[in-house]
Design a protein around this ligand. Structure first.
Ligand SMILES: [Zn+2]
Length: 485
């Protein structure tokens, strides 16, 4: 029975820090340039070339560490991690080992179980212990062309070699694949939020690995674990974990044995497969990097970085829920990125503090238009002030909600303000009750049978009459006034 088992997951995230130059040389970190265009003797690993630490990488590493609740150590040491691979010209990676940049993180995330369709139910807080966040350099890239053994060519692109990374390692705190999923999304958003990383998985600047094992409930010893690599999206990671948990339970329940191994996720076959053993490295023979002094950060530096951080997404979502009376799911959506959260708050102000209506207009109408246009909130053709003004017009009864939707689409396409569009289209809603009374009289006269039925107790026909009045006024009558007439 699946219910007899407990799943244990620990995660490792590698995030590329968004510096303009590499961590130990002045080469550009730009993505998509000609292969090997951004290289120099240091990142090519040529003899005699020496590394010099890029302080911007330390600042961004500190922003990431503080955003994730870690403690920054005053003194940390760079270490050589030795292994041979074609994309690693020095024969070692400069990383950190027993004295990392930051340790002991406590991070609160929100997580929820999902149903079969993947819908979340009941978001709850959960505390994750982050063991460490350390700084290191990335390796280059091997690019393969053609089929294995048939016209196979392999190339090496060292543009990425020496790009700064933050490696973020958690304790084995996750008990389900969805908790892992929610954590990685939290980390991704937090890193983008504080400007530490673009955290774009498609460009490979956020990568994750998962350690997965299962044990019978009540057991204190961990089961045999596997390491999952090559997880190119958060969703693939979730699927790969789910696949492994099922495989482990099936194997153990049928009396089989598990092997500790490294597995890759095959997104075409939707299954894991073992990594070829030669792709694995076992003994890294770490030792302190003799070419770099210890990294010392002062308390003053840490406090300056802390003071420069914006309000973080978790606390901001909580504040949105409390201050604006939103559900957690809505508040969380509106804090999905920092520009959207800023947009929302400006729009609320311009709407005359109509926080819920503004949230609804953004969530249901604006985000759809943005998505169709492939834009983020920061690039919205409708500025927040103008959206707020539209919400206010609807709230004041100047136009109906239905007209508001058309106006929003027009605003999005033309950049004009709601007031201009309403004026141009002659959309001003009729709230003059004398005018509405006249239309009502016409509608009643035109529908004697329905009137009879309504008087006879068929109250559902009330809606029919309101609809007829709206139609006769070409949607200009204010429904609130019609209903009360
Ligand atoms: Zn270089």
């Amino acid at each position: 029975m699946t219910n007899d088992w407990e799943t244990i997951i620990g995660l490792e995230v590698h995030a590329q820090l968004s510096t303009e130059s590499k961590i130990f040389c002045g080469c550009s970190t730009r993505f998509g340039d000609e292969p090997n265009a951004n290289t120099c003797p240091t990142c090519l690993g040529l003899p005699g070339a020496l590394p010099v630490l890029n302080w911007r990488a330390v600042e961004l590493g500190a922003r990431a560490a503080l955003a994730l609740g870690l403690h920054i150590n005053e003194r940390s040491i760079f270490a050589r991690k030795n292994y041979f691979y074609p994309d690693l010209p020095k024969g070692y990676q400069i990383s950190q080992y027993d004295q990392p940049f930051s340790t002991n993180g406590t991070l609160e995330i929100m997580t929820a179980d999902r149903d079969e369709a993947g819908h979340a139910h009941e978001w709850k807080p959960m505390t994750i212990q982050i063991t460490r966040l350390h700084l290191e350099e990335d390796a280059g890239k091997n690019v393969h062309e053609g089929l294995p053994d048939v016209d196979r060519f392999s190339y090496i692109d060292l543009n990425r070699a020496g790009t700064p990374l933050a490696e973020i390692v958690t304790e084995p705190d996750f008990r389900s694949s969805w908790q892992a999923y929610d954590y990685v999304n939290h980390v991704r958003r937090a890193l983008q939020w504080v400007g530490a990383s673009d955290a774009d998985m498609e460009k490979g600047n956020l990568r994750c690995e998962a350690n997965v094992s299962v044990r019978r409930k009540g057991d204190t010893k961990f089961g045999t674990k596997v390491e999952l690599k090559n997880l190119n999206s958060v969703r693939f990671m979730q699927k790969a974990i789910e696949f492994e948990v099922e495989r482990h339970i099936k194997t153990l329940e049928s009396g089989g044995q598990l092997v500790q191994e490294t597995l890759l996720w095959d997104e075409r076959l939707n299954e894991t497969r073992p990594m070829r053993s030669k792709e694995e490295a076992h003994d890294y023979r770490y030792f302190p990097e003799p070419d770099l002094p210890p990294l010392i950060v002062t308390n003053q530096f840490v406090e300056e970085v802390r003071a420069s951080l914006p309000e973080l997404p978790g606390p901001r979502a909580k504040r949105f829920a409390e201050q604006y009376g939103l559900s957690y799911a809505d508040a969380s959506q509106l804090t999905g990125d920092r520009a959207l959260a800023d947009y929302y708050e400006s729009a609320v102000e311009a709407s005359g503090s109509n926080a819920r209506a503004t949230a609804n207009w953004i969530r249901s109408e604006l985000l759809r238009e943005l998505e169709n246009a492939g834009l983020s909130a920061g690039k919205s053709p409708i500025p927040a002030m103008k959206l707020g003004a539209l919400v206010r017009m609807i709230d004041d009864g100047k136009i109906s909600g239905k007209q508001g939707k058309d106006v929003l689409v027009e605003m999005f396409a033309t950049g004009k303000s709601a007031a201009v569009i309403v004026e141009e289209k002659g959309l001003i809603q009729v709230s003059d009750t004398g005018e509405i009374d006249r239309v009502i009289d016409e509608v009643i006269a035109a529908n004697p049978n329905q009137l009879e039925a309504y008087r006879g107790g068929k109250e559902a026909l009330f809606g029919f009459f309101v609809g007829q009045v709206m139609k006769a006024s070409k949607g200009k009558a204010n429904p609130k006034v019609v209903m009360s007439a």
